[in-house]
Design a protein around this ligand. Structure first.
Ligand code: PLP
Length: 412
C-alpha cells in the first residue's frame, strides 16, 4: 500500500475544472482545424473577432509606461495608498450610500470572495448562493471548511425565485446564528441575469427579517461583470438601497480588475464593506487586512497603480468608460444574434440581460457539449446546463450557433 502524505482533512480535494478542460479541447481543435473553423464559447475573457483575448487600449498604454519599480516592489497588505479610494470610486460611481465604507486589496475577485467567506461565516456553517452560480464558490467554501448551500435562482416563469430564496435563508438561519449570502449581480455568471430594483427590495426585506431576530446577516455582492452591464449609474442604482441598515447587516462587495480592466492574469481586486456602524467597518479593516497578510501578503502593485491613475484622472476615466462601452456594445451585438436565433429555433436559453455568458439548462450538459464538437463548437458543460461565452465569439461566427446547439440538445 502506498503512503499518501496530505493531511487527513485534504482527502478527496481534487480540482475538476470543466471550463479549463473544455479550453484544452479547443486548443486541440484549433491545432487540427485552424482557428477560423473553431467556435470557442468556453473562454471567460472578452475576445476580439479573431478570437484573441483583448486588452483595453488605455490599460495597455498605462501598463507599458509603468516604471520597473511598479513591477518589483512590494505593496502593503491593505493595498497601495490611494488604491482604497480608487476602488470605492470604481465600485460606487455616483451611487455611494450614506454609510461607513472601507476596502482592502485582494488577489482578484476570487481573493475577495475568499476573504468574505473566511471572515464572515463560521467554520462548519452554510454559506448561501444561487444554484446557477460561478463554480469556484464551492471550492472557496470547502477549502476552509464551509458548506455551500443554494436556492433556486429562477422560478417556473424564469423570474428571480424570491419564495425559494426566503425559504432557504429562513431554513439556514434556523440552524446558525449568522449567514453569508453571495449574490453575483449584475450580469451574473453563467446566465447573464441581473436583479431588478424590486428583487433587490425583496432580498433586503428577507435579510432584515432575520436581522430583526438577532441574526448577523452579510450579503456579498459579487460585481465581477458590472462594467459590462449597462449605463454606469443605472447598473449601480441598487447600491443606494444600502442606507440605514441595522448594525447586524453588513454589505460586502467583491471587486475585480479582471474583466472591467482586462487584467485577468494580474490578480488584483478588493473586498469592500459598507455598514452604518463605524465599529463594524473598523473591525472589517483589521480582520480582512490580517487575512490578506496571511493569504498572499500583498497583491499586484502595477495593477493597483493603474486603477488609482485612472480613477484620479477624469480624461483617463472617460477613455476607459468609452472603451468599456465598446466592449459592452460588441457583446450586446453578439448576444443579440444568439438570443434572436435561440428564440427562432426554440432553444430554451435562460433570461440573459448582459454579461459574458448565456446558459441553457440541460440534464446531461457534457453529452450536449461533446455532440457540439462535431460542428467544432465548444461550450462549458456545467452541472445544471450548457454555458456559452458570448464574450468571446465574433458576430460572424455566432450566426447559426443557437440552431446547432438546439440540434445537439435534440439528439442527446
Ligand atoms: N466572480 C465571478 C462570478 C467570476 O466569474 C469571476 C471570474 O471568472 C470572479 C468573481 C473572479 O475573477 P478574478 O479572481 O479573476 O478577479
Amino acid at each position: 500500500m502506498s503512503t499518501l502524505m496530505a493531511a487527513s482533512n485534504r482527502e478527496g480535494k481534487k480540482l475538476n475544472d470543466v471550463i479549463f478542460q473544455a479550453g484544452a479541447a479547443v486548443r486541440q481543435a484549433i491545432a487540427q482545424h485552424g482557428s477560423d473553423a473553431v467556435v470557442n464559447g468556453t473562454l471567460g475573457s472578452f475576445a476580439l473577432d479573431d478570437g484573441s483575448v483583448a486588452c483595453l487600449p488605455v490599460v495597455e498604454k498605462l501598463f507599458h509606461a509603468l516604471p520597473m519599480n511598479e513591477f518589483v516592489c512590494y505593496a502593503p497588505p491593505v493595498g497601495l495608498p490611494g488604491y482604497k479610494d480608487a476602488v470605492i470610486h470604481a465600485i460606487f460611481a455616483d451611487q455611494q450610500p450614506d454609510a461607513f465604507i472601507d476596502a482592502v486589496a485582494s488577489a482578484g475577485g476570487t481573493g475577495a470572495v475568499h476573504m468574505a467567506i473566511a471572515n464572515y461565516s463560521e467554520p462548519g456553517d452554510a454559506v448561501l448562493t444561487s444554484d446557477w452560480r460561478w463554480d469556484a464558490y464551492g471550492a472557496l467554501c470547502s477549502e476552509i471548511g464551509r458548506n455551500l448551500q443554494t436556492f433556486s435562482l429562477f422560478d417556473g416563469q424564469r423570474h428571480f425565485n424570491v419564495p425559494h430564496f426566503q425559504a432557504m435563508v429562513n431554513a439556514v438561519c434556523r440552524m446558525q446564528d449568522s449567514l453569508l449570502i453571495i449574490l453575483n449581480t449584475p450580469a451574473h455568471n453563467p446566465t447573464g441575469f441581473s436583479l431588478s430594483s424590486d428583487e433587490w427590495d425583496a432580498v433586503i426585506d428577507v435579510t432584515l427579517a432575520q436581522a430583526r431576530k438577532g441574526k448577523k446577516m452579510t450579503i456579498l455582492v459579487d460585481i465581477a461583470y458590472i462594467d459590462y452591464a449597462g449605463e454606469k449609474n443605472d447598473v449601480r442604482s441598487f447600491m443606494k438601497k444600502f442606507t440605514g441598515l441595522p448594525d447586524n447587516v453588513l454589505i460586502l462587495f467583491a471587486f475585480s480588475m479582471s474583466k472591467g480592466y482586462t487584467l485577468y492574469g494580474q490578480r488584483a481586486g478588493a473586498l469592500a464593506a459598507l455598514s452604518c456602524s463605524k465599529g463594524v467597518i473598523e473591525e472589517f479593516h483589521h480582520v480582512v487586512t490580517y487575512s490578506a497578510r496571511a493569504a498572499w501578503s500583498n497583491v499586484n502593485r502595477g495593477a493597483m497603480t493603474i486603477l488609482t491613475m485612472i480613477q484620479n484622472d477624469k480624461a483617463l476615466q472617460q477613455e476607459l468608460e468609452r472603451e468599456q462601452r465598446t466592449v459592452f456594445e460588441t457583446i450586446r451585438k453578439r448576444s443579440g444574434i444568439f438570443i434572436k436565433e435561440a428564440s427562432e429555433c426554440q432553444l430554451p436559453a435562460l433570461p440573459y440581460q448582459s454579461g459574458f455568458f448565456i446558459s441553457i439548462p440541460a440534464h446531461d450538459s457534457a453529452a450536449v457539449c461533446n455532440h457540439l464538437h462535431e460542428d467544432l463548437i465548444f461550450a462549458g458543460p456545467l452541472a445544471m446546463g450548457v454555458r456559452f461565452a458570448v464574450c468571446s465569439v465574433s458576430a460572424d461566427k455566432m450566426t447559426g450557433v443557437a440552431a446547432k446547439i438546439k440540434k445537439a440538445f435534440d439528439v442527446v
